[in-house]
Design a protein around this ligand. Sequence first.
Ligand SMILES: [Zn+2]
Length: 168
Amino acid sequence: MSDQPAFRFHPDAYEHGCFEASDETCSACARPCVWKYTQHIYALPPDPSAICSRCIADGNVAKAVPDGDYGLHDFSFDEEPEAALADEVEKRTPGFATYNPFIWPVRNGAPLAFLGFGADANLAGLAKVQAAIMALAAEMGADEINPADALIFKTLAGDDYVATLDLD
Ligand SMILES: [Zn+2]
């Protein structure tokens, strides 16, 4: 596997700072990390000291946590996805910082991909992102929603955008 594997449900994970360059030894595979995971791993203590991007991608994190049980997000799906896809999002997709547990949208059994926050420079100008934030505001009965509070997702096979809320 590549030292810098891709993550289809969080395609900009490296740009988002989910990993940092490091030659620390990975707690799961005992190789130099190359790209060390910087986000929280939800598992029983003790926390693994370092986890590499390869072990995030293939689920090898299980070897470094008690009972092999862990998750990478504090979240819930809005619809139940196919089990294999749920597992890929929960255990093999890099997490990101939010204030509160958040909703990960699912359409037709497939989770959407997390693109970033509505205020991000590469998203703020997109009409489909703005429309998704307006649809979220309408759903919440709000006049408007601060784009910085909106998590932006896009269908993997298609061009549909969905926003969900991360209130501080
Ligand atoms: Zn590793």
